[in-house]
Design a protein around this ligand. Sequence first.
Ligand SMILES: [Zn+2]
Length: 61
Amino acid sequence: MGNCEILSCTKPAERSVSAESAKGAGLEYAEGLKRVHLCKEHYRQFKKQTKKDRVLESLGR
Ligand SMILES: [Zn+2]
């Protein structure tokens, strides 16, 4: 699958997510991608961030 596409990360990718949701999670990746490959660590970060967003939404925004 190649390497993680988050800037300055060179670990092997394990998952891919849509570029839009990666951006929403505050991850920085090379521009022009439609999908972003993430290593295990960045995927964990991604999930954490998207969870946080959901919590904020449920708090009534
Ligand atoms: Zn990574």
